[in-house]
Each structure stands twice: as C-alpha cells, then as structure tokens.
Design a protein around this ligand. Sequence first.
Ligand code: 5AD
Ligand code: FES
Length: 363
Amino acid sequence: MTETVRALVDRLCAGEHLTEPEYAALVAGRDGEAAARLRERAVAVRRSIYGDAVFTRGLIEISSFCKNDCLYCGIRRSNANAQRYRLTGEEILLCAQEGYRLGFRTFVLQGGEDGYYTDSVLWDIIRALKRRFPDCAVTLSLGERSLDSYRALRQAGADRYLLRHETADRAHYGALHPREMSFDNRMRCLQDLRTLGYQVGCGFMVGSPGQTPETLAKDLAFVAAFQPDMCGIGPFIPHRDTPFRDRPAGSVELTCFLLSVIRLLCPAVLLPATTALGTLHPQGRELGIQSGANVVMPNLSPLSVRKKYALYDNKLCTGEESAQCRACLEQRMRSIGYELVTHRGDVRKPQIPRERKARRAPL
Ligand code: 5AD
Ligand code: FES
C-alpha cells in the first residue's frame, strides 16, 4: 500500500468521508492490503450494528416490459429477442404467499417501466399485500415515476423504494442511457422518494462501460452525502442483445472493495450481496457479505418467467424453485458463519417520519 492510500484507508476506517479526488485516488491506487483493511473494519462496523444477521428480501420480478432503452439492459425496449411477460395481481399474491410460508417478511416488486402498472393497478396490489401480510414490508423497484405517483403508492402502503442512480456522473449517465432519459429526473425521483418518507435505495453497477475512478468517486461522494437506507451495487454483466454485448464484465474484486467503502460511509445501510455478484463468481454473494454487505435477495418469481427477466447473460437462480433458492442461500450464509433472519429488517435509524423535507445533497 502506498503511503497515500494508507492514509485514505485510515481516515475511512476512522469514520471520515473523503473528497472526490481522494475517492478517485483510493480506487485507482487500491491493492489487496488496502482491501483487507477496509473489509475488516467494514465487517466490524456492520457487526456492531446488526450482529451476524443477514436479512432476506423476496424478489418478485413482476414485468419484463420496459419503455426505456438503457444501453446495458437486456429488457430494453429495442431488444426484439426479449421475452416479455407481466404478472397479474393474483400471481403476485401467490408468490408472496409462498414467500411468506418460507419466512420472507419483505417483498420486493421489481420490474421494467411498464405502463400496465398504473397507480390504480399498483394501489390494489399493494393494498392486497398489506392486508394479507400486515407484518411485511413492501419494497418497490419500478423505475422513474412522478411525485404524485410515488405519493399514491406510499399512501397505498409501500414502505421502501429502490432506484439505482446508476452513475452520479452526468456525462457517464448520458453514455449509458438514451437521450430521452435524464440524470436530473433520476435525481429528482430519489429526492421525491425521500421527501415522501420511503426508505430509499440508490446504487450503481461496477464496471459499466465508461466507468472510471473519477466517475466512481462521484458515486461514493453521492452515496456519502445522500445517506441512502439501502444501496444496490453489483457488477455490470453484458447481455448478448444489447449494444454493450462485447464489453467486459465488472470485477468481483472492485465490487467487494466498494461494498466495504460504502459500509464505512453509511454504517447502518442495508447493502445487498447481489445476484449479479453471485453470477460472476461461485462464491460471489458470500464474498460480498464478508466485505460488508448484509442483505440477500432470493428470487420468488414464478419459475415460468424466471428466464424472461434477463437483465444480463447467465443470471443465477433461473431454474430453481423459491424454496430451493431460500435453502441454498441459508446454507451459503451458514457456511460462512452468518444467520439468515426472517423479520422485516428495517434500517437501524431513528424513526423516519412519513413526510419530511428533502435533505440537501450535492447533485
Ligand atoms: N448487468 C448488471 N446489472 C444490470 N442492471 C441492468 N442491466 C444490468 C447488466 N447488464 C441493473 C441496473 C438496474 C438493476 C435493476 O439492474 O443497475 O438498476
Ligand atoms: Fe437461488 Fe442459490 S440462491 S439457487
């Protein structure tokens, strides 16, 4: 480790935040020793807040229709080879019922930006979920919507919302997305969600085309300032039917390094070891947990649609039943000395008021 990197690592371990150029220097200058120091501290910080608990969220992939055309994503609208499906409210409830039986107390409804799911359709689904499973949290991951829409879904009972910011660098955002999508709107959505009292998740891919230590530095500075309740980060993996088909996948090593840094920047954050990490490495999710992550999200989608929700190639868990996925992860976590816990697993923070003023974050 160079002296410069050592000093940066020490400051992060002491709970300090860094400047953007310092984050860039850390990422560019990291080595195995720096990673090990950060990992050890990240695990200690997480343990002091959450013990050895790993939280589970049941992921229900409700639709592979998407009106967007993000260059990295396998379900982008211009992919004519994508197999499209959407789940009805009834089907979603059946997935949740099976999930509840298996011990899940958070359901994540994730899908492309599909116009079928109007506020009123979602209202009925969220209300039904909350009525049937009052002890469960409902998390939405349905992309960009209006403030009014987010408010309606919150009033229906949604507790949390995941919307990865994808990159905090405006020019990089432009290189990953079609012209009609806007960085400002993405950031507006995150602020709106927070104002409405959701527990909010942001996040980004590691190794997306065009990413540099400088763009990652902006991501880290953004995460440090925004202090999300959740943060989804996983490696980019190319999909054969996208313009990025020939780009290299992100690195497991860098993903794990960033998981440790983010744990230190946001000590209580709920940080998943993602399926994408597990796809790139047979022990990817275990490595993620051992780097500071504390959430896993097994798949509860019906087996018949699993392969169709293909954001990237070779996605894991597309042939396994929900029960198998859950048992597999339980075993994996046990093998590294962690316990899957089944309660809602809310973020450890003072109670979040239902509506509150947007916190200022540098956008
Ligand atoms: N590789 C890895 N992650 C991807 N996502 C979309 N496409 C890919 C890909 N090719 C991520 C995005 C999105 C989340 C649902 O999945 O970050 O926000
Ligand atoms: Fe799905 Fe292992 S987590 S099969």
